[in-house]
Structures are given as C-alpha cells and as structure tokens.
Design a protein around this ligand. Structure first.
Ligand SMILES: Nc1ncnc2c1ncn2[C@@H]1O[C@H](COP(=O)(O)OP(=O)(O)O)[C@@H](O)[C@H]1O
Ligand SMILES: CC(=O)N[C@@H](CCC(=O)OP(=O)(O)O)C(=O)O
Length: 259
C-alpha cells in the first residue's frame, strides 16, 4: 500500500493576513503524515510593485511578468513570503525547507510562447523532480514551495501557485496516495459566492460541466477547478477545496472533487 501524502496550497488572501496565516500554519503543522505546502502571494507582489512604482498587469488571472516584475516576484515569493512561512513552521516544530523550482531542479519549465499575449517571464511546467522531493520527505523535511519555476538556462519564471500545486501532486502520485488541498478564504465551491453556507460538497466531471454552464464558477475559481481536474485526470486520488477548517477535519463543510 502506498504512503499517504497531502499537498496543500494556500492563496494570497490567507498569506497577507497575519492571523489567518498563523491559524493556517497551525492547522497545517497538525496534518498527520507526509505533507508539502505550496504558497502563492500574488497580492503581496502587487503591493510591493506599487510601492516601487511598477504597474501590475493581469490577463486571465495571470501576471504579465516583465524583467522588473520577475525581480519583484522573486523577492516576494522566494524571499519574504517563503522564508516567513518556513520560520513560522519551525516555531511549530515542523522542519520546513523553502524551495523555488530552481532549488534542487525541483520544477522545470519553459517560458510561455508568445501567442496573442506576451506574458513575459511566465513558466509552463515541463516536470517536477519527485526523487528530490521524496528524498526530502524521507529525512523528515517538509518542502515549502513558492510560485517560481526555472528554465534550466538561468532564468527564474513565474508560475501560478495553483498550477505548481497540481503539478507537484501529479509528480508525487505514482509514489504516494496523494490528496491535493486548495485552501483559501471561502468554504469551498459556493453556489452563491456571497453565501458561505452554499457549499457544493461533492463535484464530479458531470456536475462540473453543469456548474460551468450555469456560470456558478467564475474568476479565480475557473483556473483553480481546471487545475483540480488536471490533477485528477493524472492519477491524483482526491482534491478538496475549502477554508482552514477543512484541514483540522472538524468540519464537513468543504468541497471534495473526484472524477
Ligand atoms: N462558485 C464560487 N465559489 C467560491 N469562490 C468563487 C466562486 N466563483 C468565483 N469565486 C471567487 O474565486 C476566488 C478564489 O480564487 P483565487 O482568488 O484565485 O484564490 P486564491 O486565494 O487561492 O489565489 C474566491 O475568493 C471567490 O471570490
Ligand atoms: C503567472 C502568475 O500569475 N503567477 C502568480 C503567482 C502567485 C500566485 O499564484 O499567487 P496566489 O495563489 O496568491 O494568487 C502571480 O504572480 O500572481
């Protein structure tokens, strides 16, 4: 039987709120068994860019990443956000190790080809390095990934954190029984975004199509659910979406997705 592995992604809304981040990291530290954290930080990057007088441009939820912006996101994702999380997990007795995709060649990518839109230094993932990640897990380290990949030729690339989480879960799924958790500020996929009690508890391929055609899923939820099904179609066992209470298993109010 395969060992269980939890791959957990947290979004920018949780990271930028110190209390929410602490609550999340406490819940994450209590997850039993092997675990990996992937964090975003898009809002923090936008805030720092504004302070530096650099305009942020998003197209379809993806950041146009020019040369100045790739420096900003490297500072924020690989530096401030990643190292704060690692230090706070150390304080909770989790031996966390922070990684970008360049560290240990853990996430290989290529610069997105220019079609109608030039996204700049945005990376499309080619593969992850499951051996490295398994080795880290085997010596009791907990990998903490930020939203940076690399092209193998010296260039760091910006890759959406939801995508990094699904690709890592896929990369690990042949070795571990892998569950992917998307943890954000809502209780799951909601029928009405304004009503936190309207959680859709179970989604499968058929109900996903219905939610799409009824326009229930919008904005950031569109690429997130695309990543969920991409993971499930590539041997990840289960995907769950919800707020922090989903992790401590004290609630049944979250969304579980299976094919
Ligand atoms: N049906 C829905 N259920 C829940 N959230 C939804 C839904 N449709 C759109 N959203 C929006 O998607 C957002 C989550 O996407 P995003 O901001 O990209 O997440 P993250 O914080 O993980 O980066 C929610 O904050 C919510 O405003
Ligand atoms: C290419 C691209 O758009 N990358 C994202 C990476 C950060 C991220 O995904 O952060 P959240 O999870 O907090 O949204 C960005 O720069 O905003």
């Amino acid at each position: 039987m395969k060992n269980k592995l939890s791959v957990v992604k947290i979004g920018g809304n949780v990271i930028e709120d110190e209390n929410a981040l602490d609550t999340f990291l406490t819940a994450f530290s209590k997850i039993e068994g092997l675990k990996i954290l992937v964090h975003g930080g898009g809002k923090l990057a936008t805030q720092l860019a504004t302070k530096l007088g650099i305009e942020s441009n998003m197209v379809d939820g993806r950041r146009i990443t020019d040369a100045e912006t790739v420096d900003v996101i490297t500072m924020v994702y690989g530096g401030l956000a990643n190292k704060k999380i690692v230090a706070q997990l150390q304080a909770k007795n989790i031996n966390a190790i922070g990684l970008s995709g360049a560290d240990g060649n853990s996430i290989q990518a290529h610069k997105r080809p220019v079609k109608e839109i030039d996204y700049g230094f945005v990376g499309d993932i080619e593969g992850v390095n499951p051996e490295l990640i398994s080795n880290l897990l085997s010596i009791n380290l907990t990998p903490i990934f930020c939203a940076l990949s690399h092209d193998g030729a010296g260039q760091l690339l910006n890759t959406n954190a939801d995508t990094i989480a699904s690709e890592i879960a896929i990369g690990m799924a042949s070795t571990y029984e892998t569950t992917l958790y998307y943890c954000f500020e809502k209780k799951g996929v909601l029928m009405d975004v304004a009503d936190d009690n309207s959680v859709v508890k179970h989604i499968n391929t058929a109900t996903y199509q219905k939610l799409l055609s009824d326009n229930i899923i919008a904005d950031g939820m569109l690429p997130k659910l695309h990543n969920c099904f991409h993971a499930l179609n590539n041997t990840v066992s289960k995907v769950c979406l919800g707020d922090v209470t989903m992790l401590d298993k004290n609630t049944e109010l979250f969304t579980t997705i299976k094919l």
